[in-house]
Design a protein around this ligand. Structure first.
Ligand code: MF3
Ligand code: CO
Length: 248
């Protein structure tokens, strides 16, 4: 049974979401060639602390940092090692979550470092549109399969693949709650999405087959064929009328 959030729960999630949004504003100018992923992680740790929140990922299932920084063929869960240095033309996905007063918010965005080629630009643009168009598409009463089908067909139509091994998710007191929100699905199938449920929609897409493998560090997920990958995510409150993005 998935319970809708109360107004009070949502208020806390919005506070967490504001901290996440502040982080993404701040790193906009930081994403440059020569910058270490560790620097981005440090900023995530500091902003959460300064605003009275807690970084959601730090120590989650043993994750060793506050932010995930995934470069090029890395899809998600890239550890922000200090020697992971951003290079001109690479694409970097940054994923960050915060809890405030016991409630989480979670978002991700992919940046091009300096100037990228046209494939990189298109990959990032399609992934971002998959997120924003699906937020517009989603209405209370729809199934998770309807949402997944929408994302999947949009991404395929544009020549890219979705990652099937990882999903979006419900969110609230836990960073990962039911229901799973896959980026594929069958129309009319899955779990019914209702008013005031809070979910993370997070298209993870790539230029190759969509198969992934986990690196030896047990975290970093990379594309099996080495193809480039992008990831966008927002925490959403489902509503009649326009859905509310809590991480802006
Ligand atoms: N942000 C990821 C998600 O969207 C969670 C990161 S899990 C961690 O589900 F273990 F890396 F922290
Ligand atoms: Co998430």
């Amino acid at each position: 049974m998935i319970l809708p959030k109360t107004e009070d729960d949502i208020r806390k999630m919005k506070k967490a979401g504001k901290i996440v949004a502040e982080f993404f504003e701040k790193i906009e100018t930081l994403i440059k060639p020569g910058v270490s992923a560790k620097k981005i992680d440090e900023l995530g740790f500091e902003i959460a602390k300064k605003r009275g929140g807690v970084p959601s990922f730090y120590k989650y299932k043993g994750y060793p940092a506050s932010v995930c920084v995934s470069v090029d063929q890395e899809v998600i869960h890239g550890i922000p090692y200090h020697d992971k240095i951003l290079e001109e033309g690479s694409i970097v996905s940054v994923d960050y979550g915060v809890s405030y007063d016991g409630f989480h918010a979670d978002a991700a965005k992919t940046y091009i470092v300096g100037n990228g080629d046209s494939l990189k630009k298109k990959l990032v643009e399609i992934c971002e549109r998959a997120l924003y168009d699906s937020i517009k598409f989603l209405k209370p009463g729809m199934k998770t399969g309807d949402l997944g089908y929408f994302i999947y067909t949009f991404v395929r139509k544009n020549g890219f693949s979705v990652i099937r091994d990882f999903c979006g998710h419900g969110i609230g007191k836990q960073i990962h709650e039911d229901p799973p929100i896959p980026n594929y699905g069958e129309q009319g199938k899955g779990i019914t999405l209702m008013q005031n449920m809070t979910i993370c929609i997070e298209p993870m897409i790539c230029a190759g087959s969509g198969d992934v493998i986990i690196q030896k560090d047990n975290w970093t997920v990379i594309t099996a064929d080495g193809s480039l990958s992008a990831h966008f995510e927002h925490t959403i409150r489902i509503r009649d009328g326009e859905n509310e993005i809590l991480t802006i």
